[in-house]
Ligand binder design. Structure first.
Ligand code: C5P
Length: 308
């Protein structure tokens, strides 16, 4: 007799990408404290990897870049993701999550959100909960404003808190140089600084979509995209971390087509003409000694998925 029963796996691995914001426009804060956004996300080829192994309780360990800066208690977003799915699916099993970090911590690239997105995909498979993509998106939204995009990946326009996503049309690939800082910036602190800097100035309550960025993405022309990059949070991030101005100036001097602080910073993203140009810009910035670490990455990259 044949049986349809499939033994559940003992462990699974998943990864999810970092993001940069090609454009970010923020309105005045809503009653819940969140700022209405219109942002264009691009996922880049820098991945957080999560290994989920059956265990008695939910626990997390961390390795890789800046692992010592990641909390391993209940505040960890991956732990919260596993607990949320367990609660919704009526699962009483535990899981050991091992996070292998490649994305800077508190860097404005949504590394913690990528951990959460990869965890949702991994524990759904490990526990055989059979959640649909829409179910996972709903859970992602509860976990944080950037978690849905880490699940979806590629390039998308985010509205609401940045969590309501519409895919964007993109031709070809873009090559990025990422200048990292060892001292992270807190997202709420940067939004708070934005409000203080704007003090009383009129702000559109609901910002408009960024037409120039969307056209540049459709054309696939990095020169156009370089000119269109924009981030309303940039003055606030520069206010809290003034040395980022030198990183931006050095990236422009090194021939970047456009330079922008990613999300709430402090990562600075510089757009290059090609893969080889990105390596040249990164080397030039390393020699200039303006950033703590330089990486190159390509976008768009796919969203959270299981690894073989
Ligand atoms: O949702 P997430 O936990 O990533 O957001 C962290 C904080 O960033 C929020 O509590 C809020 O202070 C700020 N934020 C905001 N407007 C957004 C997204 C985040 O003010 N659209």
């Amino acid at each position: 007799m044949t049986s349809a029963w499939v033994e559940p796996p003992d462990w699974v691995r998943a990864h999810a990408p970092a993001k940069i914001n090609l454009s970010l426009r923020a309105g005045s804060p809503r009653s819940d404290g969140y700022h209405p956004l219109v942002t264009v996300f691009q996922a880049v080829s820098l991945f957080e990897e999560v290994t989920a192994t059956a265990d008695d309780d939910v626990r997390v360990t961390v390795s890789g870049e800046q692992a010592d800066r990641v909390p391993t208690d209940e505040s960890n977003l991956a732990v919260r993701a596993a607990r949320l799915l367990a609660r919704r699916a009526g699962i009483t099993d535990g899981v050991h999550l091992h996070l292998s970090k490649a994305v800077p911590v508190a860097g404005g690239m949504a590394g913690g959100s990528a951990d959460a997105a990869a965890t949702l995909v991994a524990v759904d498979e490990l526990w055989g909960t059979g959640a649909s993509r829409d179910d996972l998106l709903d859970l992602a939204r509860e976990l944080g404003a950037d978690v849905p995009f880490a699940l979806v990946g590629h390039t998308a326009v985010g509205t609401g808190r940045g969590d309501v996503l519409t895919p964007a049309m993109v031709r070809g690939e873009f090559h990025w140089v990422l200048a990292l800082s060892d001292h992270g910036l807190s997202t709420p602190a940067v939004f708070g600084a934005l409000d203080r800097l704007r003090d009383g100035a009129h702000v559109e309550p609901n910002p408009e979509a960024d037409v120039a960025v969307m056209q540049a993405l459709r054309s696939g022309d990095p020169h156009q995209l370089g000119e269109a990059l924009h981030n309303d949070l940039e003055p606030a991030a520069l206010h809290l971390a003034p040395r980022l101005a030198a990183v931006q100036a050095a990236a422009r001097d090194a021939g970047a087509l456009g330079v922008v602080v990613s999300g709430s910073g402090p990562t600075v993203a510089a757009l290059a003409r090609s893969e080889s140009h990105a390596k040249i810009v990164a080397t030039t910035l390393t020699l200039a000694g303006v950033a703590d670490r330089l990486l190159v990455a390509t976008g768009p990259a796919p969203g959270a998925r299981l690894l073989p």
